[in-house]
Ligand binder design. Sequence first.
Ligand SMILES: Cc1ncc(COP(=O)(O)O)c(C=O)c1O
Length: 403
Amino acid sequence: MPALEEALAQELDSLRTRGLYRSPRLVREAQGPRVRIDGKDYLCFCSNNYLDLAAHPEVKDAASGAIMRYGWGSGASRLISGTMELHTALEKELADFKRAESAILFPSGYMANLGVISALVGPGDTVAVDKLDHASIIDGCRLSGARLRVYPHGNTGKLDKILRESSGSPRRLVVTDSIFSMDGDLAPLEEIARIARQRGAWLMVDEAHATGVLGAGGRGAAELLGVEEEIPISLGTLSKALGGSGGFVAGSSVLIDYLRNKARSFIYTTAPPPATCAAAIAAIRIVRRDAVLRESLISKSDRIRNGLAALGFDTMGSSYHIIPVLMGEASHAIEASDALFRKGILAPAIRPPTVPRGKSRIRITATAAHTDEDIECLLEAFRDVAKSSAALHQEVRANVPKK
Ligand SMILES: Cc1ncc(COP(=O)(O)O)c(C=O)c1O
């Protein structure tokens, strides 16, 4: 067996050779439409801080007020002595917001997926997922020990077949993203809910990127598509449009009571700091009262998408606020991302294993706080990307679906 460092260094070298090595950029000061890196301001077109609530004054006040009153830590896990009044206040706020009987808070969306899926299904059961579901869903399925069946992206016919074939499983669970995090398209929730109901399977929808953004009330894609009543297990995060961190599940009182007793990533971890709960409550209240924020985000996103399409880029049939710009090979995505960075735009290359091979991309996301000039700068920078790399542009153009 090779020595530890030798083995790891070899693997890192291999990542570098294949253009898959990643390292973070250090952002100084607060998250917002602009971020400061190495003493210079960059337009940030890649965060999930969609409504610019990460450093909103009301949210900051709520967090600092809570720190002064409750301190920094919660001291223990939720079922020992860590449940403080702000945890239950946030869970009540989440349940009200989602129009559900009850809600349960997790330290992150990742942990919510791990905990919920592994609590609901186990060995002998079947879990069906969309090919493009988020990594945390896949990890939750693997942890559960249930049989994992993957259907091609959005293919409800295949989902139906999986559920028919697995009718002997004691429990069958379907899990899908609502808006796909890297592709920006919506799952056919109405059809998925119909099939799950017809085949007697349970359904869980991950609204991580839709929470706060989609639907007239900001409750997510299920609200937008008018199928909220059809989704018994609704997962969301506080880490995207709500600007902070944390994950949650909203549903019936029995479901939430069960998860409190069975979800290991809820039980065996220290309760989130009370200040994050206070900040989340403030953020949810802003979302509930201010529809203009999400409307502005969507109209800015539409402008960007149309501008990119006019330049010949393939935005992969996305809609709403997540805009993938297909580059193909990882090296092309890196080239484009570097060119954007030189023009003052932060938008890293998204590469395998986050997306399939040959589908590397730049994932553009605006915030409600970007200005018209910011959007012009972004499109101008992409114009240069298109010009400066004729080969790349040709490849990307070749991917534009023929009308
Ligand atoms: C669909 C989806 N679910 C869950 C998560 C995990 O959420 P968190 O970042 O709060 O852990 C993400 C994060 O990107 C996501 O895209």
